[in-house]
Design a protein around this ligand. Structure first.
Ligand SMILES: [Zn+2]
Ligand SMILES: [Zn+2]
Length: 291
């Protein structure tokens, strides 16, 4: 069983300019059984960021201005999901006997603009929604923080505060990459880890278990400095210990070449942590597949 529930096509602002069909073709070639599309829709508290609001020591504002600002439309980075869902529907007609396609979305910090997030959920029918934290309370993407000048304790506190607010909002099915900051916190002299912050992690794991939200294992870390899927094994084990049952896998691919990359390894790690099923969603309802 190969399943990939976290992928981005040309409808995501930071992905390769390739249509849905190119991704489906690549997935069929790789014998993927279930493929889910989750374009980015990111939400912000304010209309605009000002350079003067940030210290140059802690934020790379130029990076933000270059890579995020051009895609913002007020308080949202939108995605043309009407066109995307039409493409998915057309691909179901063409490839539906070879692969199951899911229409999802990755909402970044929906609690930052809950009324806009609600409107998105009312406009489109999704098989599932991934909730992710990409930005902290100052609307700055964590990608552009200068971690050499930020104490990890302060950072993780602020990050998990945001996660807590997102869980209060609660209208999503999968918690995306709980360890996302690890991708970008690496400095020459450190190997960042969630090991020292398990109080925060535990609270999140209990909350998603109680709310029926799935934990995601995201394989992107295998191809960065971490060399392994996230989250770290002890987090998978802890979630299992706490009675968590819903767990998804996703490549976080941003182009056809990386569809389903690392998924077999992620499934193996999940199995070793004690899980016997991997989760899929159709129309908001979890489906458990044996692994
Ligand atoms: Zn993400
Ligand atoms: Zn993503």
């Amino acid at each position: 069983m190969i399943i990939d529930l976290h992928t981005h096509t040309m409808y995501s602002y930071d992905a390769e300019n390739k249509p849905v069909s190119a991704h489906v073709q690549a997935a069929v070639q790789r014998h993927v059984d279930v493929l889910g599309f989750t374009e980015h829709v990111d939400f912000f508290r304010g209309e605009l960021l000002q350079e003067s609001d940030f210290s140059g020591e802690t934020v790379d504002f130029e990076g933000y201005r270059r890579e995020i600002e051009p895609f913002r439309r007020g308080r949202v980075i939108p995605s043309d999901l009407t066109a995307q869902q039409k493409e998915i529907e057309a691909c179901r007609e063409t490839y539906g006997r070879k692969i199951t396609l899911r229409a999802g979305v990755e909402m970044g910090q929906p609690h930052a603009a809950p009324e806009l997030a609600d409107a998105l959920l009312e406009t489109y029918a999704f098989d599932y929604v991934i909730g992710s934290i990409h930005q902290l309370s100052n609307d700055m993407d964590m990608y552009f923080l200068r971690y050499e000048n930020i104490h990890p304790d302060d950072f993780w506190k602020a990050y998990f505060e945001q996660m807590h607010h997102m869980l209060e909002y609660g209208k999503f099915h999968i918690l995306g990459h709980i360890d996302y900051p690890l991708r970008v916190m690496k400095l020459p002299h450190n190997r960042p880890s969630l090991r020292g912050y398990m109080d925060y992690v535990d609270e999140v794991l209990r909350e998603i278990r109680d709310k029926g939200i799935a934990l995601e294992s995201n394989t992107k870390g295998m191809f960065g400095w971490q060399q392994q899927p996230g989250p770290e094994d002890f987090i998978l084990q802890r979630y299992h210990e706490l009675g968590g049952e819903l767990i998804t896998v996703g490549s976080d691919s941003h182009g056809p070449e990386t569809i389903a990359r690392g998924i077999p390894e992620a499934l193996e790690r999940i199995r070793q942590a004690g899980f016997r099923y991997v989760t899929d969603f159709a129309d908001g309802t979890p489906i458990q597949h044996g692994i």
